[in-house]
Write a protein that binds this ligand. Structure first.
Ligand SMILES: Nc1ncnc2c1ncn2[C@@H]1O[C@H](COP(=O)(O)OP(=O)(O)OP(=O)(O)O)[C@@H](O)[C@H]1O
Ligand SMILES: [Mg+2]
Length: 400
């Protein structure tokens, strides 16, 4: 809990990994002169440390809903509670200092260095200089920028993606219990966008902030969210659910159309190879007794042995001839292709299999050692896993 007292403000935001709960209670916004509310009786709860994504078509009230949280926009009716306390009882200036805010246009000050940009709020709070300096370095490292190289540059001297990272670092400067992010990666090219998304998810595994993330891109919502709030025109909540639940059981035609016809494939994007039960392959080494390999075959899920080298890396699928003598010879029927990694998402693994016209492929760990076999049957089975057992948000992010 952050006491609503400015004197103790510094203490409340410096105490390590704090995260707040956030609750919308029938929150409503009517702009003057508009017939229809921009946000209409929005009710939902975001547990501490989770990412909640607001998604929906343009003009459905995402930005308005988000900005009511830090009172950049006044709430017309209803309430929003931060750690159980109404934001209406907090002074807006103080509230804004305690809530990290990152937007698409980034909003870095062009005439200030990167270090000074990140230090904006700590300076406002009167932190001592050495504390600010070390915090800036820590944050730059956190967002994968070299402090030495970046500190004294100006925003115009960085790429769009690097500026975006500085924006995230600045939003995190005072270790806020809540982060608001409005289309933060919207203006970035697809490759860097994916990189920034992955980076942010990895960062979130560490910092576990409560995050409200706005996007109009359903794929980004599915990737980033622990929970997704789908808003529709007039600011009404069409569905509030985990990504897997949303894809498995979209509520009504609007959500069904919005998530798209390929929602089964999108579900495969939520799971990684390491999350599913792989097949066991009989692993063979050149020169080993054929007798022993036959025993391994009867114990495995497929009857074609996979030749591995001394380090356990896949070499290829063995032919019958390879087992015609007493010892295994390096006689391959086909190469070990495609090779799938434990960290791959299932959708990519499926597309690798299809491209190679293969029914299955060896799965390797980060050292390239075989850990099992991924097959089309295993993938079909993964689609049957109930939505509540599919990880989401930062929990679904790659382990390294
Ligand atoms: N200051 C304002 N005065 C009057 N109407 C506004 C104001 N700001 C937004 N609106 C209206 O409120 C509705 C919701 O706007 P909002 O910006 O929250 O949508 P959004 O979901 O963030 O859209 P986008 O995806 O385009 O960013 C829209 O119909 C918009 O025209
Ligand atoms: Mg918006």
């Amino acid at each position: 809990m952050s006491p609503p007292n400015t004197d103790s403000e510094e203490g409340s935001v410096s105490g390590g990994n704090v995260a707040a709960t956030l609750e919308f209670r029938e929150a409503t916004k009517r702009y003057p002169g508009q017939d229809e509310p921009a946000v209409d009786h929005l009710s939902l709860e975001v547990p501490a440390g989770e990412i909640c994504v607001f998604v929906g078509p343009s003009g459905c009230g995402k930005t308005t809903a988000m900005r009511m949280v830090n009172r950049m926009i006044d709430i017309t009716e209803g309430d929003i509670l931060l750690d159980g306390t109404s934001v209406r009882e907090r002074r807006p200036a103080e509230l804004r200092r305690q809530i990290g805010y990152a937007i698409q246009q980034i909003g870095l000050f062009p005439h200030l260095t990167i270090a000074d940009n990140i230090a904006t709020v700590p300076k406002l709070l009167g932190w001592p200089k050495d504390r600010i300096d070390s915090r800036v370095d820590e944050l730059l490292e956190l967002v994968s920028l070299d402090p030495h190289e970046t500190r004294s540059r100006y925003p115009a001297q960085l790429s769009g993606g690097q500026r975006q990272r500085v924006g995230v670092a600045r939003a995190l400067a005072v270790d806020p219990p809540l982060m608001l992010m409005d289309e933060p990666f919207g203006a970035i090219d697809p490759i860097n966008r994916e990189r920034l998304q992955n980076e942010f998810l990895r960062l979130q595994q560490e910092i576990r902030k409560t995050v409200v993330f706005v996007t109009h891109d359903i794929d980004e919502a599915i990737k980033m969210g622990d929970k997704i709030a789908v808003l529709q025109k007039g600011g009404t909540l069409a569905q509030f659910a985990s990504p897997a639940e949303l894809l498995a059981y979209p509520k009504g035609k609007f959500v069904e159309d919005f998530v798209g016809a390929d929602r089964a494939l999108k579900r495969l994007a939520l799971q990684r190879v390491r999350d599913v039960d792989l097949w066991k392959a009989p692993l063979a080494r050149e020169g080993e007794p054929v007798q022993g390999l036959r025993a391994k075959i009867s114990d495995a899920d497929i009857d074609i042995p996979l030749l591995v080298d001394d380090a356990g890396r896949p070499q290829g699928w063995l032919s019958k001839r390879a087992m015609s003598g007493e010892r295994v010879t390096k006689d391959l029927r086909s190469p070990a292709h495609p090779v799938v990694e434990l960290d791959d998402i299932l959708r990519d693994a499926l597309s690798d299999l299809l491209e190679s016209e293969a029914q299955y492929g060896p799965v390797v760990d980060e050292h390239g050692r075989v850990q099992g076999v991924l097959s089309l049957e295993v993938l079909a089975h993964a689609l049957q896993i109930p939505p509540d057992q599919v990880p989401s948000g930062a929990d679904a992010a790659p382990a390294h």
